[in-house]
Design a binder for this molecule. Structure first.
Ligand SMILES: NC(=O)c1ccc[n+]([C@@H]2O[C@H](COP(=O)([O-])OP(=O)(O)OC[C@H]3O[C@@H](n4cnc5c(N)ncnc54)[C@H](OP(=O)(O)O)[C@@H]3O)[C@@H](O)[C@H]2O)c1
Length: 301
């Protein structure tokens, strides 16, 4: 009896996997069908740009260094974050023209100033990489209201606002990359709010892809596992110590390289590494009820 049920479940799983692969294959073909006349841009565009948020450190900085390799026709890379000195450091690492935009993405005035620059410069955004994000380890007992809602404001609200603002400057063939996390695959005790914000971003990104499919603007969610060599982990650790170790953490170069390659191909979700791919697989296979207990064990190791 058990063998029969397992056999049926296995077959259903393989059918679901193959159906998903076939749909993605069709989407990738669709994106590559040449533009119709009405999709071509009639007004002349002054420059083709990449917009990268969170470019003052970590993964955003890595994307800034790698994006010229992938998009040869870029005139400028716009680096967006709050710390000007760090943005200038990033600019120094990029072999190409950059522009530093000091902007707190959660601040309305900063955002409207950013929007005005975009409008005045008559740009076409070939790629928007929403990489700014923050996470704090802890729960309701150890994190303040401000710390918890701060994650929501940046990881969710600011990401949606940035997409909305940039979409007016995007056309067929352009790309949006939203940096989510494997945390978005399941509820995570002691990373509860962070995981929920990334789950929001992941689901939003997947529906945005469908919304922009007719326009052939490719939308990709990048879901990395822990990255050891960015400012994220030191900033996430609080006195709560809810997560003991960051076992098998990946490195920013491989995450940047793999995820950008995946986004250029046009995949809907990219898990740039072995651990995040395994996590993605099991999050489809097991229920949240089981996954939360597995995480309870892992985070205490
Ligand atoms: N590192 C990991 O373990 C890991 C794992 C999975 C997913 N991720 C995701 O990957 C993305 C990049 O993280 P990272 O590892 O590169 O961390 P990071 O080094 O801390 O970079 C975060 C970036 O976000 C910017 N930022 C923070 N608040 C901002 C605000 N209010 N307005 C504008 N920019 C702001 C920071 O710049 P300023 O401080 O200068 O503003 C910084 O450039 C995040 O979305 C994170 O959730 C990270």
């Amino acid at each position: 009896m058990f063998a029969v049920v397992a056999g049926i479940a296995g077959r259903l799983f393989i059918i679901a996997l193959l159906t998903g692969a076939a749909v993605v294959g069709l989407e990738l073909l669709w994106y590559r069908i040449p533009k119709r006349k009405q999709d071509r841009i009639n007004t002349p565009v002054k420059k083709n740009i990449a917009v990268i948020t969170g470019a003052s450190s970590g993964l955003g900085r890595m994307y800034a260094c790698l994006v010229y390799e992938k998009l040869k026709d870029l005139d400028e890379i716009w680096l967006v974050a709050r710390r000007e000195d760090k943005l200038v450091e990033t600019a120094g690492l990029v072999s190409g023209t950059t522009r530093c935009i000091c902007c707190d993405l959660t601040d309305e005035e900063d955002m409207s100033a950013f929007g005005k620059v975009l409008k005045d410069e008559n740009v076409r955004i070939r790629i928007l990489i929403n990489c700014a994000g923050k996470g704090l380890i802890g729960d309701h007992g150890s994190l303040s209201d401000k710390e918890q809602t701060g994650m929501t404001e940046l990881n969710c609200i600011a990401a949606v606002k940035t997409v909305d603002m940039c979409l007016s400057y995007m056309h067929s063939g352009d790309r949006i990359v939203n940096v989510c996390s494997t945390a978005g695959f399941q509820p995570l005790h002691k990373l509860g709010v962070y995981a929920a914000t990334k789950s929001f971003l992941l689901k939003y990104t997947r529906s945005l892809r469908m919304e922009l499919l007719p326009k052939k603007i490719m939308v990709t969610a990048v879901c990395p596992y822990w990255i050891k060599d960015t400012e994220f982990i030191p900033a996430a650790v609080t006195k709560d110590r809810g997560v003991k170790r960051f076992l098998f953490a990946s490195d920013v170069y491989s995450v940047g390289k793999l995820s950008l390659t995946g986004a250029m191909i046009g995949f809907p979700v990219v898990t740039p590494g072995i651990i995040c791919t395994i996590h993605r697989f099991f999050s489809k296979l097991l229920s949240d009820t089981v996954l939360v207990y597995l995480w309870e064990g892992i985070r205490r190791i």
